[in-house]
Design a protein around this ligand. Structure first.
Ligand SMILES: Cc1cc2nc3c(=O)[nH]c(=O)nc-3n(C[C@H](O)[C@H](O)[C@H](O)COP(=O)(O)OP(=O)(O)OC[C@H]3O[C@@H](n4cnc5c(N)ncnc54)[C@H](O)[C@@H]3O)c2cc1C
Length: 777
């Protein structure tokens, strides 16, 4: 086998020996004096010099000293001297490399690291026979070269098949001793032509696994390099959800890959950083071993050893939802997904076809696990799809768009998203504009009360409601400072409280002051809030594609007392190996599904059932634009109602064809909604808008959600009630006897209540089940 271009005599000589370092050991031993490698535990008894740099190179003969790189890679003392001695030919080359290395790197430079960085041959996998071959060290192993590489014909008339039949170098096998191989590595390798280089420019190159000698990297100018506006592979200072530090392992990674802690860290970073950036650059394509390997531009046998770790990392990052998430199409052959330990007799049954159930189903199916989804309704989607609405959008808000799987799915399906600006002009329900100063003052006061509450919570063990806490702090502030608030300022305070009630999904009377924001210290998604402008149904349909979903299948009982689990839905009965329960909390609380044995009490007693409803309105003209020119939302400070929670914020959700607004009803106002017809609610809303905008007209269409009374739903999202404790969300995700698993918005403590949390809870449970069924290496 030879490389593509015509080999020089010198290169050909190098090549013929580099391929079979020890294969001639026996005959050498018989004929001439050999020196084994002196490194403890190195098995090479008669090494061969891969460098062939000096004319005096010993080749496969005797040298006074071998320099060890790995168990199968050594260079001789003559080649060492060639670069080390100032009077030798290689000295200047080495010195200019060293200058570059010290300028851009932090790690030690030596002849050994020079050899690894510049002289070791490359190893490449043949795309036909999948054997590994070494190629000339001068070869440009670009992605294009790697994608098309096949064993090259050595003899003039040798066919491709014959070339592929040539045995693989025996050292390749050594690298497959995954845990043994690295103990022989004496010098770290660093990546060239790194795809992630532009995004880690603030780091010293070798600290993130990139070779300091790679001049292609030095060209990147200062300034922000964005992978994609909505994707962020790396976290730099503060933790960010689904992003990782480019120069170290996260605690979670350390748990799964402890062997990479310390001296092998760079290898981990090379693989993981490459994978993350590949995903962020193109969320429509699955990241696979082949794709990753075309970007692993490393010399030496360790490149082969790394393929096994690439597989492991791909699986890990996929299971955790860092990559290959959402609706990216699964390629036919995904080698990193390990098959099940034994054939699955019964499917995993998922109860509930909302976003949580479907994300679990999609993920498990991609991982090769058989699933069946049982959905009570006549269509999938749960709370993510307003069943009776004909509006082209359901107006879902996503707080923090970067890396958010919801945004990823919209991008995968080309569904538009609308960035919400920073400003939200405030008007009163009688049309008065709230001036900036008053707005800022009351916002400051409100946030100060939240901060004080946080401080108090550190010392207080007794819980109380957020409402009691606000009332107390507000009164105390007025008493102690002597500052009074006028009527408008008090209305503004109510406006802020109302927004919090919308976020919590409950009147503040019921929300825990101690734990309402239990996720505050957990990594969150960054980037601006966005509104998903398309139809969530399209996303859910794609998630469900190819999955066995039974609609109109309302589960009434789950018996997990035996080895198999029996799931009954009316007169039908199904057998499952494991079950994921993803129904709304209200359904669990109502006891609509009878579990045998009964579920632990905490599954139904800790969290509260929250209520929020939305109103969508379609108009002939965008009458609000006159007063709300640059923003895509505006606040309405209610002064006329005796309760909070009615139409506080309006979002402009217009598309190219239609003018639309959405708004919400929350807190105590839900009671009012219950007593009114949709038309009466729309009338109240229009009344409000007419007072604010003189040209406001009656909508051409409107939709009022009524999730509180929707069959099989009965709620909006869950919240932490007074005295529920900090672990209320965490308790919900605990499995029962490794048979019954739980997903859904109420089970995700990091992103509770949301579509995002619901989606990620499905991914989380899929991982648990996959690990239980597969012996993941
Ligand atoms: C008005 C409103 C506004 C919202 N706004 C936002 C927002 O802006 N941003 C955001 O991120 N989130 C928002 N949410 C929350 C979001 O919609 C939910 O968190 C998410 O949809 C919950 O998904 P899930 O899969 O956990 O549950 P669900 O979607 O409720 O899915 C559960 C499924 O289980 C089925 N089921 C019930 N009982 C049975 C049974 N016995 N057998 C079989 N199937 C059963 C149900 O029919 C349902 O399809 C909002 C919710 C509401 C109501």
């Amino acid at each position: 086998m030879s490389a593509k271009k015509a080999p020089t005599r010198e290169a050909a000589k190098r090549k013929s020996t580099a391929n079979n370092e020890d294969s001639n050991i026996k005959s050498h031993k018989a004929e001439k004096k050999v020196r084994p490698c002196s490194k403890t535990s190195c098995p090479a008894t008669a090494p061969i010099c891969f460098a062939r740099s000096s004319q005096l190179c010993c080749g496969n003969g005797y040298t006074s000293r071998w320099y060890h790189i790995t168990a199968g890679e050594h260079f001789c003392n003559e080649c060492f001297e060639h670069f080390y001695r100032s009077y030798k030919d290689g000295y200047d080359i080495y010195m200019s490399w060293k200058r570059l290395w010290t300028q851009y790197g932090n790690t030690d430079h030596s002849i050994r690291s020079y050899m690894v960085d510049q002289v070791l041959p490359y190893w490449v996998e043949c795309n036909l026979c999948h054997k590994w071959r070494s190629v000339f060290r001068e070869t440009d192993i670009s992605p294009k070269f790697l994608k098309s590489y096949v064993c090259t014909k050595v003899l003039k008339h040798q066919s491709q098949a014959e070339a592929c039949e040539a045995p693989e170098d025996f050292r390749v096998e050594m690298t497959k001793e995954v845990y043994l191989w690295p103990i022989h590595i004496s010098c770290n390798q660093y990546l060239k032509n790194s795809i992630y280089a532009p995004y880690v420019r603030d780091f010293v190159l070798d600290s993130v696994g990139i070779s300091p000698s790679d001049t292609s990297v030095h060209k990147y100018p200062d300034g922000v390099f964005e992978v994609r506006p909505y994707m962020q592979p790396f976290q730099y200072d503060d933790p960010i959800a689904l992003a990782l530090p480019p120069d170290q392992l996260s605690d979670e990674e350390l748990l799964y890959f402890p062997e990479f802690h310390g001296i092998y860290l760079r290898y981990y970073l090379i693989i993981r950083n490459t994978i993350l950036v590949l995903w962020c650059l193109d969320v429509k394509s699955y990241v696979t071993l082949d794709r990753v390997m075309t970007y692993i531009n490393l010399r030496g046998l360790s490149r082969i050893w790394l393929t096994l770790h690439v597989q492991r990392l791909l699986l890990f990052l996929t299971l955790k939802g860092y990559i290959n998430s959402g609706v990216a199409s699964l390629p036919k052959d995904v080698s990193f997904i390990q098959g099940l330990a034994e054939e699955q007799k019964h499917p995993v049954i998922i109860i509930g076809g909302g976003i949580a159930g479907l994300s679990a189903a999609r993920q498990l199916t991609n991982l090769g696990v058989k699933v069946k989804v049982l959905e009570a309704g006549s269509q999938i989607g749960g709370r993510a799809v307003d069943r009776n609405s004909s509006f082209p959008t359901q107006s879902y808000l996503v707080v923090g768009c970067q890396n958010n799987p919801l945004v990823v799915m919209c991008k995968q399906l080309d569904i538009p998203i609308m960035e919400l600006g920073d400003s939200c002009p405030l008007l009163t329900d009688s049309g008065e504009v709230i001036d900036d100063k008053t707005d800022r003052r009351m916002q400051f006061h409100f946030e100060a009360m939240l901060d004080i509450n946080k401080q108090l919570c550190k010392d207080l063990e007794k819980d109380t409601s957020l409402m009691d806490r606000f009332t107390h702090l507000h009164t105390q502030f007025k008493d102690e400072s002597g500052i009074n608030f006028d009527k408008m300022e008090e209305h503004l305070l109510q406006f802020h409280m109302s927004n919090l009630e919308y976020a919590c999904g409950s009147s503040l009377d019921a929300v825990s002051a101690l734990h309402w924001d239990q996720n505050e210290d957990m990594p969150q998604f960054q980037g601006p809030p966005v509104m998903l402008q398309g139809d969530m149904k399209a996303v859910l349909d794609r998630l469900a594609e190819g999955i066995d979903v039974c609609n109109d299948c309302k589960v009434t009982g789950v018996d997990y007392s035996g080895k198999d689990i029996l799931v009954s839905a009316g007169s039908e009965e199904f057998t499952a190996s494991k079950v994921i329960v993803s129904v709304p909390l209200s359904i669990l609380k109502a006891g609509s599904i009878q579990f045998t044995p009964a579920l632990p009490d905490y599954k139904t007693s800790s969290l509260g059932i929250g209520h929020v409803e939305k109103v969508l309105l379609k108009f002939e003209s965008p009458f609000w634009k006159d007063r709300v020119k640059t923003s895509n939302m505006f606040g309405c400070v209610q002064t006329g109602f005796s309760f909070r929670g009615m139409f506080d914020v309006f979002y402009d959700i217009s598309n190219k064809e239609e003018y639309m607004l959405s708004t919400f009803i929350s807190g105590k106002a839900i009671e009012t909604l219950r007593q009114k017809s949709d038309k009466e609610v729309a009338d109240m809303c229009v009344e409000c808008l007419k007072n604010m905008f003189k040209d406001a007209s009656f909508p051409t269409a409107f939709y009022v959600s009524r999730w509180y009374s929707t069959a099989d739903i009965g709620m909006a999202y869950s919240f932490i009630p007074v005295n529920a404790g900090a672990n209320a969300f965490n308790n919900m995700q605990e499995d029962v006897q490794e048979k019954i698993y739980f997903a859904g918005e109420a089970t995700h403590s990091q992103f509770p209540q949301t579509l995002t949390g619901a989606y990620m809870s499905g991914v989380r449970e899929a991982e648990k089940i996959y690990r239980a069924l597969v012996d993941v290496t």
